[in-house]
Design a protein around this ligand. Structure first.
Ligand SMILES: *Cc1c(COP(=O)(O)O)cnc(C)c1O
Length: 264
């Protein structure tokens, strides 16, 4: 098993309730692609008297989340993965409104988090902006913010729920085709193991394939030569993430053809 069961996570939180101040994990795991049950884990953290924070680096633009309604205390994410801002793009943060306007919370107090109206009075102390804005650290790069803005506008237009629906189908199609190759080749069946949960509810776009020591790297190089932009994670995992905003079913099929050619 490469993934974690929700009940085990919750049990661990309960067992260590006296020692835990903060539960902080990735909403979608970068390696396995597992999408955790965020409301349940957030609830368990609160039951244990802890805060719940989420790293949504692989979640933002990938899975729809309801951070406020799930009572998440805070979340952070980068914008250069599914959100397309490009390398160096600004990070994002969510702070639940129950904390957002508490000026006494310790924080990395940055110039841009200081109350805009009195920022230039240069008084001692730190008077934060209201809400998550009070955590802003510094000025953002205009060019990458422009790319980010344009991308977010497209996400807004497409709608994250519709993207999610296409994503379930796209990644489901990919999982089906990998299984087809495994069914028809003993070598593929021995070499390839999808470690991402098979339930669409427990994954986002990504499918992680654990490959064999003998053939994995070679397979990765072959598909890369055929213009498939996948990702190699040591020691032997290939990450594939068809993104519903711009990847087509045809492209998933193109990957299948390369996989089939490698094994059949
Ligand atoms: C990409 C990624 C991040 C983002 O890190 P940056 O410092 O913003 O580049 C954080 N956590 C995980 C698990 C990631 O994969």
């Amino acid at each position: 098993m490469h993934t974690l069961r929700t009940e085990d996570i919750i049990q661990t939180i309960e067992q260590h309730a006296d020692e835990i101040a903060l539960v902080l994990i990735g909403g979608v795991n970068f390696y396995t692609g597992q999408y955790f049950d965020m409301p349940a884990i957030t609830g368990a953290a609160h039951e244990a008297g802890a805060f719940a924070g989420w790293d949504l680096a692989h979640g933002a633009g990938n899975v729809p989340v309801k951070l406020h309604n799930w009572d998440v205390d805070f979340a952070v994410w980068c914008s250069y993965k599914y959100l397309n801002s490009g390398p160096g793009g600004v990070g994002g943060a969510f702070v639940h409104e129950k904390h957002g306007n508490n000026p006494h919370l310790p924080r990395f107090a940055g110039w841009w988090g200081y109350d805009e109206d009195t920022r230039f009075d240069m008084q001692k102390g730190f008077k934060p902006m209201q809400g998550a804005a009070g955590w802003q650290l510094s000025n953002a790069q205009v060019l990458s913010m422009a790319a980010n803005w344009a991308s977010l506008a497209i996400f807004e237009e497409a709608g994250i729920e519709r993207l999610r629906e296409k994503s379930r189908q796209l990644t489901g199609y990919l999982a089906f085709l990998v299984e087809e190759v495994r069914k028809n080749s003993e070598q593929a069946a021995a070499d390839l193991h999808v470690i991402t949960p098979s339930s669409p509810d427990e994954r986002g776009c990504q499918l992680s394939i654990l490959t064999s020591k003998e053939n994995g790297r070679h397979l990765f190089e072959k598909i890369s030569e055929r213009n498939i932009v996948a990702d190699w994670r040591e020691p032997n995992v290939i990450r594939l993430a068809p993104a519903p905003l711009y990847n087509r079913f045809e492209e998933v099929f193109h990957f299948y053809e390369q996989l089939r050619a490698f094994y059949l």
